[in-house]
Each structure stands twice: as C-alpha cells, then as structure tokens.
Design a protein around this ligand. Structure first.
Ligand code: FAD
Length: 410
C-alpha cells in the first residue's frame, strides 16, 4: 500500500511546512529546552492540527490517513521531535478523545482554539508512582453538588509546563476501583500548579513536566464521556497515538536513508567510496529494510483504525517496532557519517537522543508485548477483541459526531 494522490500532495505540502518553519530553529530549542508558542501558532495557521477534525470546529474534515500522510511529510521536513511529540500529545490524545467522546458543546468549547494553535493542551495520566500501570493512579475526584473536586499530581507530562488546557484522569471516590473518569479544563486556575520543563536527555524542544491539582473545582461538563469511560477514552487515544507515532518515526527515518546513502557514495577512504564496503552498506540497507517493514504494518493499522476495528495488536506492533528501529536507524546513520554525524551542528545526534525517549513515551516495549500477547491469546480462542464502550471508527466519528455523546448526570 502507498499514500493516494491526495495524501501524497498533503505529505509534500507539510514537508515544506516542516522544513521551512520548524527545522531552522530546532537545534536552538533543543539546546535551550525551549518551546516556541509563536512557532506553534504558525504551524497551526497551516491547518495541520485540524486536518482530521470536523469542519464545524475549524478542522478540514479529512480522515486519519490524510492526517497521517501530512504528519509523515511534516516529520521528514522538520526533524524536530520536540514539536512532533507536542503535536501527537495534543492531536492524537486530546483532540481525538474529544471528538470521539466529548459532547458537541465540549467540542465547540475546546477544539477551535486547539486547532488554530492559539491554545495548547496536555494529556495527563502518568504519575510519579505509576507509568505503565495506568489503573493504579492515585489522582481522584470527589463528587460535589455541582460537579467534582480534583486532587492529584501528574508527572512527566508532555506540554504540562505551558499547557492552557489539560485533559486528565482520576478515580471517582466511592465507586468501584476501576472507575476512572476523564476531565478537561483550563489550567489558568490557582488550584493548578505547572512545573518548569524537566531537563531530559532528549525531546528537549517539547516541554515535559509536572502538573498538580489541589482541590480543583470542576463542573459536570468538564467531564468527558460518562463517569466510567476514562479507561475507554484512554484506550482509544492510545490507539491513535501509537499509529501516529509510527508514522512520525517513518517520516524522521526517511531522510536518514537518503543522506547516509549519499554520504556513503561520496565519502572516500582507502581510495574508494566507503559505500563500496559491505559493512557500510549494511547500515544503510538495514534502515531501508526496517522502514519498509514499518510502513507495511502502519498501513494495515491505519486501515483498521479507519474501519473501526479494534487494532490494539497492530497499533502496539507499530509503536514497539517504530521505537526500536528509530534509535537503531539514527545510530546507523551516525556510524556511516563518522565524525560528521557526531557533531551537534547536525541533527543526527539530537535525533538519537530523542529516539531513546520513544522507548518509554507511548508505552514501553514490555507493555506492548503484553498487549500483543493478550490479543494473540484472544484470537486463538476466537474471542471478540472489541472492548465494551470502545468506539473505534474514525469514519464514524466524523460522520456521526456527538449523536450519542450527551453527558449523563452523575
Ligand atoms: C518523551 C516522553 C513523553 C511523555 N509524555 C507523556 C504524556 O504526555 N502524558 C503521560 O501521561 N505520560 C507521558 N509520558 C510518560 C510515559 O507514558 C511513561 O514513561 C511510560 O508509561 C512508562 O512509565 P514509567 O516510566 O513509569 O515506567 P514503569 O511503568 O515504572 O516501568 C519501568 C520498567 O518496568 C517495565 N515493566 C513495568 N510493568 C511491567 C510488566 N507488567 N511486565 C513487564 N515489564 C514491565 C517497563 O516496561 C519498564 O521497562 C512520557 C514519557 C516520555 C519519555
């Protein structure tokens, strides 16, 4: 499978957007641990954040595959995991959760300013005491007469230090243990504290940090979905995030192939091109082979996502495999380029540091193997892998937005 003509054209358009607008300042943001709001708005003005969002909220009403094609081009052009991680956190996690589980009123309230780039959102589930085991979060809400009071601390959250809007998850006090609810609200509130960005090895152009909630008063219409929908919202957003993460990795790796191939042909050692040595060819061939394999599984996962099938297994394969080949490929390109690749004024060493972060962000390989194993066991028993309450059809999301999303009273 390949992108169709419309998708190819989106891919080319957003390659240029990434190359012209984002790439020139990527190294500076990495060095200074800096997120640039003006640049974010400029990217928003190109329509990227709303490509697969309904037109009534300022989006372009296209499908997830069209957004995927644009993202692949954008990633290849910008080579800036800072902006890319921020983008995936907002579009794949927050926006897609809203479109799929929010009411019309909630979409009208939150989506237009996110799509335009005026506001930025974070998606906060991880806590200091738990990452992979999302069900063991301690953040919780107590019901009040008019809504809820939220307490808890979220940790290692993309965009948290600068986000204007937060989507987060908390256990509902007094309900059964796995009852987790999802909320969305403004961060401009004295009961909410946002830390400075963490000083991390990579992904330094995206602000990652803590967000603390101390007696945050929330109304019922700050709740996304029903009270028990939190885990279903999470799983839906994770599926979208995992597939889109594979696509952005595909975008970032593509130029590495062209550039390391070119370098191998031009660089001379011992009187011949270094690319004449099979040991060197192997690095470039490995990246190409892995990228082709990744693309194959991405298209299958995208197809399933579009058709509303539970693609947990494929999405986990995409995320796990893309994270593994991302750091391997960045290192292979660097090895081909020797000193040239190791210099900080090239982007290869930055990409390698960023790629290592993807081994954890979006779930570790060990957790994805668990998901794959569980799906395989269910398949072997011919069990339906579709989870209760999990709405999966992207096409239906756009066509039937909000039909059955009215908030039930708590
Ligand atoms: C760049 C970046 C951005 C991030 N952005 C966000 C964000 O926006 N929002 C958010 O909520 N979180 C975010 N995270 C956090 C991320 O989701 C967690 O780091 C991830 O879930 C892993 O959690 P942990 O680091 O606490 O590891 P742990 O869960 O403590 O795991 C530690 C190790 O134990 C292994 N392990 C744990 N349980 C099992 C098991 N049952 N079987 C086998 N092995 C196991 C893990 O695989 C890992 O190797 C981000 C992380 C990074 C690096």
């Amino acid at each position: 499978m390949e992108w169709n003509a419309e998708q190819q054209s989106l891919k080319s358009k957003y390659y240029t957007v990434g190359y012209d607008i984002v790439r020139p300042s990527a190294a500076e943001r990495d060095a200074k641990i800096n997120f640039d709001r003006v640049l974010w708005k400029k990217v928003g003005d190109t329509g990227l954040f709303g490509l697969c969002m309904p037109e009534e909220y300022g989006g372009a009403g296209l499908g997830i595959a069209e957004f995927g094609a644009a993202l692949e081009g954008f990633a290849a052009g910008c080579q800036d995991m800072g902006v890319l991680v921020t983008l995936v956190a907002q579009v794949a996690l927050v926006q897609s959760a809203l479109v799929n589980y929010g009411t019309k009123e909630q979409c009208e309230t939150w989506l237009p300013e996110l799509i335009s780039g005026e506001k930025l959102a974070c998606f906060a589930i991880t806590e200091k005491g738990c990452g992979s085991d999302v069900r063991s979060i301690t953040t919780h809400v107590d019901r009040t007469e008019n809504g809820y009071v939220l307490n808890g601390k979220k940790w290692n959250i993309t965009n948290a230090p600068v986000a204007d809007i937060c989507m987060t998850f908390g256990k509902v006090v007094g309900k059964k243990e796995k009852s987790i609810a999802c909320f969305i609200f403004e961060t401009n509130n004295e009961s909410i504290k946002q830390s400075k960005p963490f000083d991390l090895m990579g992904n330094r152009g995206t602000p990652i940090g803590e967000i603390d909630f101390e007696n945050v008063q929330l109304a019922t219409n700050n709740r996304v979905g029903k009270e028990d929908d939190g885990l279903a919202v999470l799983y839906f957003s994770f599926l979208v995030e995992r597939v889109l993460t594979g696509i952005l990795v595909s975008g970032c790796i593509t130029p590495l192939i062209q550039e390391s191939l070119q370098y191998s042909l031009e660089r001379k050692a011992f009187g011949k091109s270094i690319g004449d040595n099979q040991y060197v060819q192997q690095y470039v061939v490995d990246i190409e082979t892995k990228l082709e394999l990744l693309k194959g599984v991405i298209f299958r996962a995208l197809h399933a996502l579009e058709k509303g099938k539970d693609c947990s297994k494929l999405a986990s394969i995409v995320k796990m495999y893309s994270a593994e080949i991302f750091h391997e490929s960045s290192l292979s390109a660097m090895r081909v380029m020797g000193n040239y690749g190791y210099r900080r004024d090239n982007y290869y060493e930055r990409l390698l540091r960023d790629a290592i972060g993807l081994l954890f962000a979006g779930g570790t390989a060990e957790i994805h193997k668990r998901v794959i194993w569980d799906s395989m066991v269910k398949e072997s028993k011919n069990e339906n892998t579709k989870r209760e309450n999990l709405k999966l059809s992207w096409t239906n999301v756009l066509a039937e937005a909000h039909k059955d999303n009215e908030l039930e009273e708590a």
